[in-house]
Design a protein around this ligand. Structure first.
Ligand code: 5GP
Ligand code: ZN
Length: 133
């Protein structure tokens, strides 16, 4: 069976550098880091993405993400940290087990995040109409 790579990491079937775990989450270093200390925070239960995970479990997960950010701030002595999460192919999600990236930022680390664009024509108004609640 083709089991999810992160589920296999949690079970210890694939080696990963675990920082810590508890009943709910597993925290480990990304194998191809954006920067030194780039960490992944995942729930122990397999959920595909932000739509799949129940709110209660997401709450637990995001609180843990904050703890990891604090850990990086205190131990790596960084002030600036990116936190992000991808959903789906077009968003670049490579592993279908929800995960938050916690990426410490360093002076001149030369990591570029997503490029920005501009709205054209009536698109700005249309998007506002669609998304305003
Ligand atoms: P995504 O692109 O899905 O947001 O991020 C998946 C992340 O998982 C990537 O940053 C990638 O480097 C990391 N990754 C993929 N396979 C492994 C692995 O076997 N071990 C570890 N530690 N990280 C992995
Ligand atoms: Zn999984």
């Amino acid at each position: 069976m083709n089991e999810c790579i992160f589920c296999r990491i949690i079970k210890g079937q694939i080696l990963a550098h675990k920082l810590y775990e508890n009943d709910n989450v597993f925290v480990f270093l990304d194998i191809n880091p954006y920067t030194r200390g780039h960490t992944l925070v995942i729930p122990k239960k397999h959920y595909q993405d932000i739509f799949d995970i129940p709110d209660k479990e997401l709450e637990i997960l995001i609180k843990e993400v904050k703890k990891v950010a604090e850990l990086q701030r205190d131990k790596l002595k960084v002030k600036d940290i990116n936190i992000f999460q991808r959903n789906g192919l077009l968003a670049g999600q490579e592993v279908d087990h929800i995960h938050f990236h916690v990426v410490p930022r360093y002076e001149n680390d030369e990591v570029e995040m997503l490029p920005r664009g501009q709205y054209t024509g009536k698109d700005f108004e249309e998007v506002i109409k669609l998304l305003t609640r």
